[in-house]
Design a protein around this ligand. Structure first.
Ligand code: NCD
Length: 304
């Protein structure tokens, strides 16, 4: 496993190894000294061409906790603003002999493209409306950690399923497990795209689609809420037409099973009411913390 470009590249065996490794890093993170020497002398470059808080900071911290040297390059404040092409930036950074380049880009396929321009391992940290494989891995880790198993779960994916990349990668990933049932909850304007539905059909994963969130809440183990992706709408009116359409609040929580959880890749805007943050079923901040363990496991795996 040299790169992680798409969740489709990764086998069930690789997934199990990564989850186990992430668990061991979660243990290390509970100690007073959180650093291990695994990647001493290696360099990781984080190339972020789109807004990020969790993914960029957890990748940086993951690399540092593995003792790698880290460089962070963002589009704002870099030569990108002077008109430098992605290819030139990647070729320049590659001249510093990094072991890995972690890339976030507004363009689908960007990670795959740069893997052709560098000898470094390339990790996709989100490419446009396409995929976000490390998010899917941390989501999977969270489901297993919170529910105890992945096989057999019922999950509702809610919100902007057409523009959100996390739900796409998570659906690909869950289709590698047994007895999964998926419900897509979205208005028609941002319904899950056909390629993912076809993928589920090919893998014999039953799925349904509805606009009625309330009817699904009592039936699922996981509610995976997502943000309406404002930046990916062509115009403001189209965004406003779906903004705020589904909100998980105390009333919605009263419909959910006691053992169910609410996940969200974050950031949230208005789709989860802060009043539910203290509900033990609200798993999204624990989910964010798991991102660091998964990214440690992943960097360790692709670089060792
Ligand atoms: C997500 C993303 O960037 O796709 N954020 C994240 O990485 N946790 C979700 C989003 O932006 O809504």
């Amino acid at each position: 496993m040299k790169h992680l470009l798409s969740i489709e590249d990764i086998s069930r065996e690789d997934i199990e190894r990564l989850l186990a490794r992430a668990e061991s890093f979660a243990e290390v993170s509970g100690r007073p000294i959180k650093k291990v020497p695994a990647l001493r002398g290696r360099t990781v470059i984080n190339l972020f061409y789109e807004a990020s808080t969790r993914t960029s900071s957890s990748f940086e911290l993951a690399a540092k906790r593995l003792s790698a040297d880290v460089i962070n390059v963002k589009s704002s404040g870099s030569a990108v603003e002077k008109g430098e092409s992605l290819k030139d930036t990647v070729q320049t950074l590659s001249a510093y002999d990094p072991s890995a380049i972690v890339i976030r880009s507004p363009h689908a396929g960007a990670a795959k493209m740069i893997a052709r321009w560098t000898a470094a391992s390339v990790v996709n940290a989100g490419d446009g409306k396409h995929e976000h494989p490390t998010q899917a891995l941390l989501d999977l880790y969270t489901i297993r950690d919170e529910i105890g198993h992945v096989d057999g779960i019922r999950i509702a994916m809610v919100g902007d399923l057409a523009n959100g990349r996390t739900v796409r990668s998570l659906t690909y990933l869950l289709s590698k497990f047994r007895d999964i049932r998926v419900c897509f909850v979205a208005p028609p304007q941002v319904a899950m795209r056909q390629d993912i539905k076809d993928h589920l059909d090919e893998h014999h994963v039953p799925w349904v689609e509805t606009q009625d969130l309330d009817s699904m809440l009592p039936q699922v183990d996981v509610v995976y809420q997502t943000r309406i992706q404002k930046e990916r709408f062509a115009d403001e009116a189209a965004y406003l037409a779906v903004k705020g359409i589904y909100r998980i609040d105390a009333r919605a929580m009263s419909l959910l099973q006691k053992s169910a959880i609410v996940m969200h890749p974050l950031p949230r805007v208005d789709e989860i009411a802060p009043e539910i943050d203290s509900d033990p079923r609200a798993a999204y901040f624990r989910q964010a913390r798991n991102g660091m363990y998964i990214r440690m496991a992943l960097l360790d795996r692709v670089l060792s």
